[in-house]
Design a protein. Structure first.
Length: 258
């Protein structure tokens, strides 16, 4: 099979960073499995955009916190195209709780967030490992967050889940080499539906975006396409990079927290 026919799964790609990544891969000739949890209509729109971009795509419903769904999702790629070359563990969830409000987070909140943000990527990688090894140059990219480094973000449970994902990225990179590379990207403030909803609507979101921009060296926020470009580079390029974590945050990881 030729280079243009490589196959990727992007979890949680009915919107935001995942959608931008699926479309960019399709533009480069990849076959893409667009995974969604609930939004069948959103996933179909992304599939249509992938086809318009010159690739092929299918939409597959699966909840990454459920192991049987992860195995079914990987099988869908194999059944459709006979191979799997890249996995982007992008699906993520959170609960917006002020960090000082310790009573605002329950054990169940942690369990729900970890189920998608930590156990999900583990289950997906485990389900995909054999096919990625068969590819001969498989790649996994985990979508983490600058919140893991800074201990900031939508809640303490969310920041901790991304810290666990960073550690797992390194563990998996050790065991899946030499044929599979495992890396992470850590976005900062990215303009996606998640951020607008989480900040209580467009007006508050705009204020928060301006505040963020004022703190960081590049005086800006990020777009989903900025993150997608780095994810695609880690998949297609970077042949000697594994166990790494790249910040796409306009420099927030060096900024003074306020
Ligand atoms: P988004 O809300 O557009 O995308 C997240 C997607 O994950 C949604 O489509 C959602 O349905 C899906 N999802 C959630 N739980 C799932 C599950 N159990 N199984 C399958 N799909 C599931 O938001 P965005 O911003 O594009 O988020 C993508 C990733 O980027 C997440 O992992 C998030 O933590 C990370 N991130 C986002 C930042 C931002 O500023 N927007 C900053 C840092 C990291």
């Amino acid at each position: 099979m030729t280079e243009q026919h490589r196959v990727a799964i992007v979890t949680g790609s009915a919107s935001g960073i995942g959608a931008a990544t699926a479309i960019e891969l399709a533009r480069r000739g990849w076959r893409v499995v667009v995974n969604y949890a609930n939004s069948a209509a959103g996933a179909q729109q992304v599939v249509d955009q992938c086809v318009q971009a010159g690739g092929q795509a299918i939409a597959v419903q699966a909840d990454v916190s459920v192991d049987a769904d992860c195995r079914r999702l990987v099988q869908a790629a194999i059944t459709q195209w006979g191979r799997l070359d890249a996995l982007v563990n992008n699906a993520g969830t959170t609960k917006f709780v002020a960090h000082a409000n310790l009573d605002g987070l329950s054990a169940e909140d942690f369990q729900v967030i970890y189920a998608t943000n930590v156990i999900g990527p583990f289950q997906m990688t485990r389900a995909a490992a054999s096919a990625l090894k068969d590819s001969g140059r498989g790649a996994v990219v985990n979508v983490s967050s600058v919140a893991a480094l800074l201990g900031t973000g939508s809640s303490i449970a969310y920041a901790a889940s991304k810290g666990a994902l960073n550690t797992m990225t390194r563990s998996l990179a050790r065991v899946l080499g030499p044929t599979v590379r495992v890396n992470a990207v850590s976005p900062g403030f990215v303009d996606t539906p998640w951020m607008v909803a989480g900040h209580g609507g467009p007006e508050k979101y705009k204020q928060r975006a301006e505040h963020y921009s004022s703190l960081v060296p590049l005086k800006n926020t990020c777009l989903p396409a900025d993150v997608a470009d780095t994810i695609v580079w880690l998949i297609e390029g970077a042949p000697k990079t594994t166990g790494d974590n790249i910040y796409i945050d306009a420099g927030m990881h060096m900024a003074q927290a306020k």
